[in-house]
Each structure stands twice: as structure tokens, then as C-alpha cells.
Design a protein around this ligand. Sequence first.
Ligand code: ADP
Length: 251
Amino acid sequence: MKNIMEVKNVRLNYGDYEALHGINLAFPEQKLTALIGPSGCGKSTLLRCLNRMNDDIDNIKITGDILLDGQDIYRPHLDLVELRKNVGMVFQQPTPFPFSVFDNVAYGLKVAGVKDKELIEQRVEESLKQAAIWEETKDSLNRNAQDFSGGQQQRICIARALAVRPAVVLLDEPTSALDPISSSEIEETLMGLKTKYTFIMVTHNLQQASRVSDQVAFLMNGDLIESGSTEEMFVAPKKEITSNYLNGRFG
Ligand code: ADP
């Protein structure tokens, strides 16, 4: 199995505070990896390193290597627009732009300089279908995306991320702001897409991690405690501390 991304000995400092203490982790292609662990353990920090969303924070220092398809994403002169096309992101709060569904999903293609109208239309439809929101939007593609329900908005955001055909999609607690029905719709959507995309998802919901992920990485206090297949981790974790966390004894 190919690893599409690899994190090698990554340390991250916010000023004097070291939030990640040398993380080593590989992300297999076309699988969903869940990053779990108690609040403040560094899940979002790690996720944000993977498409350099942390770059603009003052006093941040990152060492180690993060490889996408074998190439260091922190190399000098890297094209950030290109990186974020390859490594897309979906946030906790649905964040559609205040314009139409169509323009939201077409946004990344237009930024990438795609001009072919037919290709854009085809890609918008395909992406909305992949994100399982086509039926609900096909007759109102010109409607403002912010007028849809929270769950629908989140699926529009997933479609927007997919439209540029990223290699990897980062998901930062993508269902935690949603009701249970919308959450399970998003989970089903993600599971249906795993043959096409690689997902890396932060979640504080252990049931969700056990339902949708193939691999789990457990972090605590900035360390990767262990990672492994979801089944292994939930049935027979190697470390007692992992077992304690998964059994709800802390966090
Ligand atoms: P998690 O996602 O697991 O809840 P985070 O990655 O958000 O954890 O945070 C890890 C640690 O880094 C926490 O102690 C948090 O307070 C700290 N932290 C996160 N973002 C910043 C920042 N921009 N500046 C300083 N410290 C931060």
C-alpha cells in the first residue's frame, strides 16, 4: 500500500511552547486516517501542518519533513496554491462563500485558471454528486450557498474541496457542528469516497473514528502514542494508555 503523505520527526513550536514533539506518521493512499486524542494534544496543529495552514502564525517553528508523494512540502519556493489544490481542507464550521452553490464549487478551478466552461460545469456536477448533495442543489445552483442547512453547507464545502481533484483532503472535526442526521450523512459520504481520495480527519468522536476510519493515530500532549489499523487500535491497542483513552477513562 502506498503512503501518499509522510510526516517525519516533525516538531512544532508556538514561541517557546513545543506543541508537537517529533511526530512520525504515514498516511496510506485512499484510506481515511483519524487523528484522535484529548483536547489540546496537537491534532489540529498536526493537521494544519499538512497543507501549511500554520504558516502565517507568528513565532511558529516547524522542523522535520512532511512529504507529499515523496516531495517535501516545506521546500523553498513551493507553490502554496498548488499545494492547497493537492491537499484540500474542510473545517469544523461549514464555510461556504457568500455566493452561489455553483460559484462555490467552481471557485478552486477558477483560481487554478481553468477557463473551459464545459469542463467547469461538468466538474461542479460531478463534485456535488460525489459529495452527495447534487439532488438537493441541482435545481438551485444559483442560490446562495449560505441559505442551505448546516449539513448541506458542509457537503457543499466537501464538493468545493473535491472539485480540484485533490490527492488528500484534510477534515478538521467536520461533523462536530452538525446534528446527528447530517453527521451520519457526512460519514456515509466520506465512506463512499474512500476509493477515490485520501482523507485525514481530526475527530473527538471515538465512535465516529471507529465507524469511518481505516487507520487511527492517537496523540497525547504533543506525542504520537501509537497508530495502527482501526480494528487493531480499538480491539487490541498496544499501549495501556491508548486502551484507557479508548475506554473513556480520561479525556
Ligand atoms: P487539539 O486539536 O488536539 O485540541 P491543538 O492542536 O489545537 O490541539 O493545540 C495543541 C496545543 O497547542 C494546545 O496546548 C494549544 O493551546 C496550543 N496552540 C494551538 N494553537 C496555538 C497558537 N496559534 N498559538 C499558541 N499555542 C497554540
